[in-house]
Design a protein around this ligand. Structure first.
Ligand code: NAP
Length: 368
């Protein structure tokens, strides 16, 4: 196994070139981009998709300069998935609660210096349809400075959807029980609140150049879909974070399914010798455990399609190609050195302090 870091397909080597060098090329590029919100006003400053926002606090080099304006009392997070929960809790946790995380310092400082007291989590469907998992939801009830707020009237007595599998029905029932516990909390007991707002679909981002609020339509669920009721309401907020799912970035020469946000493929096969796995194959759902079988399936397909031997040059050709183009490639041992430096720089109990820029990473390697 050889690791080629700091190499970008499409910039340093073309996909067509890679395919002449290797029998099989597997696209495991994930889904790093935001699905567009696509409502009037969603291009205003202060509308920041969750991929960018999460990238910012996680120290992704592409998003380090995002500089979200957190000097606002209220933030609207759109979506009811685990990413929405991830974003909401980063906005309301205390510094001490973040101590065991590897959030980058600039983001932690910005959040702690900000004035956010109220985070609204808007779901266009109801509590039973919400996609967050129970461990993540329960954590919202255990925060040091923040209470979950929910209107008891929107919660059904029980999960009543014959279309759900037994397992899903159990998971939904657990979420419902947790949300019921939340209704008993005193909304003024702590300085911050996360408001769970169900049956609310965003229709317009309000304000001038910058976000000043969000207009939403009340919904009901019919045949599993959110349907507008014609009743509208507004919330004031200085930041809108759509956490409505991700999409893969296209690669030149590979057909892309815009609606599903993934490469066009048939059970992972894109073309002869070209495969996709994970979110690039199936769209942006599931965690590592859900995606792992894709790797096994692709390996089996490669053996089936190309297991009888090869006359392609493989890594030697890639190395000469990159050398001829003057590409500075980083190997696995280099990656381990960056990893060791980040771990050594961590302030206990954080697991690591990340290097955020490519320059910093390469300088560390140059330093020997
Ligand atoms: P997700 O689970 O698919 O949730 C997306 C949410 O956005 C849904 O509530 C969806 O509502 C809503 N939505 C989509 N389009 C919308 C629109 N136009 N207007 C309003 N709402 C809209 O996606 P995710 O949160 O990005 O998570 C991706 C995957 O990563 C998930 O499988 C998740 O479990 C996983 N993940 C796991 C963890 C963890 O385990 N801690 C952390 C992060 C992510 P509808 O249901 O009505 O479509």
């Amino acid at each position: 196994m050889r690791y080629f870091g700091n190499v970008e397909v499409g910039r340093d080597v073309g996909l067509d070139e890679l395919r002449t060098m290797y029998d099989a090329v597997v696209l495991a590029v994930g889904a790093p981009l935001d699905r567009p919100l696509g409502i009037p006003g969603s291009d205003k400053a202060g509308v920041i998709g969750s991929a960018a926002f999460v990238g910012w606090y996680n120290g992704h080099p592409d998003f380090q300069d995002l500089d979200p304006d957190l000097d606002t009392p209220a933030v609207a997070v759109i979506g009811n998935g685990n990413v929405a929960i991830d974003v909401a809790r980063v906005l309301v946790k205390t510094r001490a609660e973040m101590a065991t995380s590897d959030i980058v310092d600039y983001a932690l400082d910005a959040v702690q210096a900000g004035s956010v007291t109220d985070v609204y989590m808007f779901g266009r469907r109801g509590p039973v349809e919400a996609k967050f998992t129970n461990v993540e939801l329960r954590e919202m009830g255990k925060l040091a400075d923040c209470v979950p707020v929910i209107d008891a009237a929107v919660l059904p007595d029980a999960v009543d959807d014959p279309g759900l599998s037994d397992r899903d029905a159990r998971l939904k029932a657990r979420n419902l029980a947790t949300l019921k516990e939340f209704t008993e909390r005193d909304r003024n007991a702590l300085p911050k609140r996360v408001h769970f707002e169900f049956y609310a679909a965003p229709v317009e981002v309000l304000g001038g150049d910058r976000v000043e609020g969000l207009r939403l339509e009340r919904t009901r669920v019919a045949d599993g879909r959110a349907v507008g009721t014609g009743e509208f309401f507004e919330v004031e907020c200085g930041l809108v974070i759509p956490a409505i799912g991700y999409r893969s970035s296209g690669i030149e020469g590979v057909a892309f399914d815009e609606r599903e946000g993934r490469f066009v493929n048939e059970d992972g096969r894109i073309a002869d010798g070209l495969y996709a796995v994970g979110w690039a194959k199936r769209g942006p759902t599931g965690t590592i455990a859900t995606n792992r079988p894709d790797g096994q399936a692709a390996a089996a397909q490669i053996v089936e399609d190309h297991g009888s031997g090869s006359d392609k040059p493989g890594r030697a050709a890639l190395e000469s190609h990159l050398d001829a183009r003057g590409v500075r490639r980083v190997g696995y041992r280099d990656w381990k050195r960056i990893d060791a430096a980040e771990t050594a720089a961590a302030a206990d109990p954080a697991p690591r302090r990340k290097l955020v820029t490519l320059d910093d990473m390469l300088s560390l390697l140059d330093a020997g």
